[in-house]
Design a protein around this ligand. Structure first.
Ligand SMILES: [Zn+2]
Ligand SMILES: [Zn+2]
Length: 84
């Protein structure tokens, strides 16, 4: 479950820029597909629905954006991973 509104405001990216991420649905990885966000500055891609080795981990962004994911959302993000 993704709260899309989270990504309609500017966020701090790991490249240290404050950017409006582009939200992209149905991006395929080797194990399924994801909703991802892409930084328009550094072009880094983060999966927003669950952890995936093909993309950056959104939890890296929560270090720069404290309110982005709640503790529960972080748990679900990791739990839904198909990596395990
Ligand atoms: Zn960036
Ligand atoms: Zn994946």
């Amino acid at each position: 479950m993704i709260n899309r509104e989270k990504f309609q405001n500017k966020l701090n990216c790991t490249c240290n820029e404050n950017v409006l991420f582009e939200l992209i649905d149905d991006v395929e990885c080797d194990w399924g597909n994801h909703t991802v966000i892409q930084c328009p500055n550094c072009e880094e891609i983060f999966s927003v629905d669950c952890e995936c080795p093909a993309f950056q981990n959104i939890l890296k962004l929560t270090k720069y954006n404290n309110l982005l994911y709640s503790d529960l959302e972080k748990l679900e993000y990791l739990k839904d991973s198909h990596q395990k």
